[in-house]
Design a protein around this ligand. Structure first.
Ligand code: SF4
Length: 425
């Protein structure tokens, strides 16, 4: 979501005539987008922010902006005191304050045209811009914020309540993205399957996927992140029956122990999750399923951790994003549950799951050896073209042909746990 927010703001600034520079010392405007999902992310954001201070000292005309979850949705009075070298603060997914601020810095002659441009960009929710640069795979936020209250999660407090974007805006933005080169759209939401539940027009995610599928030049659609309680049979059927929607589901389990799941306030059990995976797999053959897991949540005993280990071992999922529990300010668990699993034990559990997953994914990927896969190429890494299979596996290919934005059949000739290598078939 942060990548999407940054891209959208960057495109909006480009539309208004600003040019990008790679050197902070040459910039007239620097905006830092921040994540605070874990303490380490927050520490990194603060480190970066502090590193910008000398630039402001050397160039008082420099405008520095701070955006994202470090700012949150609750205003910026405390922030202004804490970071006096920052000129402007903006909540996640809301770059409007930057544009308004810039609007007021422009000289009087140009101000009217400028303000009109700013209004156009704001009206289009930062997305629909004629001078936009688009990458092959574009992130497209469709649900902002989250109204769940998982015990450990800082997101509802920072990104606000759940808000679905109007389908017309999404479709319009999608068309512009595709017109300017995007071949794949990744629809984003904290619980993306809840799309539309807060809108009056009755639209839901499956319908949106069907409508987006009508865009001719669009080749692939993905969506993330799902929640086990909101993945309906209809949505699973939609993924199975809409050819442009890739067989790829990201549905976090977070833990495999029922008591921990209850304490996390996730609203399902180990068995519910296993049943869901079985339903997805029976309806979408060859589907790739990713999950998220937090180890070391308060009260996680060795036996509770074993339940998570066993779940991951049994289900053999395609991806597991692992995290060590870290108490975040103003969350239920930080306030009421003692952080009682020692750091070294959290690390040990993390490594145990990491080793298991590495082995599982290595074995799953071996099945690709010798197969031909349609790969959509997104760019180059060093001298090799980089792309993805429908199941979102990373594939590298050496080729003198320009492959950017093309979907080509690739014969896989090497597999590892994190990527595949191949040749054009
Ligand atoms: S559903 Fe996701 S974003 Fe929402 S509170 Fe739970 S973990 Fe956080």
């Amino acid at each position: 979501m942060n990548v999407a927010d940054s891209d959208r703001l960057s495109r909006a600034l480009g539309t208004l005539g600003l040019e990008e520079t790679k050197e902070a010392s040459q910039a007239g405007l620097i905006i830092l987008n921040t994540c605070v999902v874990r303490q380490s992310a927050e520490d990194r954001a603060l480190g970066r922010l502090n590193s910008l201070r000398p630039f402001k000292r050397d160039n008082p005309q420099l405008i520095i902006g701070l955006m994202g979850c470090l700012v949150g949705i609750k205003g910026n009075a405390a922030m202004e005191k804490r970071f006096p070298w920052v000129d402007i603060f903006a909540a996640p997914s809301d770059p409007e304050p930057f544009l308004r601020f810039l609007g007021n810095r422009i000289d009087m002659d140009a101000s009217e045209t400028w303000r009109k441009q700013v209004d156009d960009v704001l009206d289009a929710e930062f997305g629909v811009t004629t001078q936009a640069r688009h990458t092959v795979s574009e992130n497209l936020p469709i649900v902002l914020g989250c109204s769940h209250a998982c015990a450990y999660c800082v997101i509802p407090g920072r990104r606000g309540r759940e808000r679905s974007r109007e389908p017309q805006k999404i479709l319009e933005e999608a068309r512009v993205m595709v017109e300017h080169g995007a071949k794949e759209l990744v629809l984003l939401g904290q619980i993306v399957d809840r799309y539309g539940l807060d809108l009056e027009n009755g639209i839901h995610l499956t319908q949106l996927l069907a409508e987006l599928s009508e865009i001719e030049e669009l080749e692939r659609i993905r969506f993330l992140t799902s929640h086990p309680n909101w993945m309906t049979a209809e949505l699973i059927d939609g993924v199975a029956s809409l050819p442009k929607v890739m067989p790829h589901i990201e549905v976090p389990v977070q833990a495999g122990d029922d008591e921990i799941l209850l304490a996390m306030r996730r609203g399902y059990t180990n068995q519910n999750y296993r049943d869901l995976v079985a339903r997805i797999r029976s309806r979408i053959p060859g589907v790739s399923i990713g999950t998220d897991i937090i180890v070391g949540f308060p009260g996680e005993s060795e036996a509770a951790f074993e339940h998570t280990y066993q779940l991951l071992k049994d289900l053999r999922l395609d991806v597991a994003h692992l995290a060590r529990y870290s108490p975040r300010p103003n969350t239920y668990s930080a306030k009421f549950l003692p952080d009682d699993v020692p750091e070294e034990e959290k690390m040990r559990r993390f490594r145990v799951l990491e080793d298991l997953q590495k082995q599982v994914v290595g074995e799953i990927n071996q099945q690709y050896l010798g197969e031909v896969q349609p790969v959509l190429f997104e760019g180059k890494s060093k001298d090799r073209w980089r792309g993805r299979t429908p199941t979102n596996r990373l594939v590298f290919v050496e080729s003198d042909v320009v492959l950017l934005g093309q979907t080509r059949d690739v014969r896989i000739n090497w597999t590892g746990p994190w990527s595949l290598l191949g040749d054009l078939a």
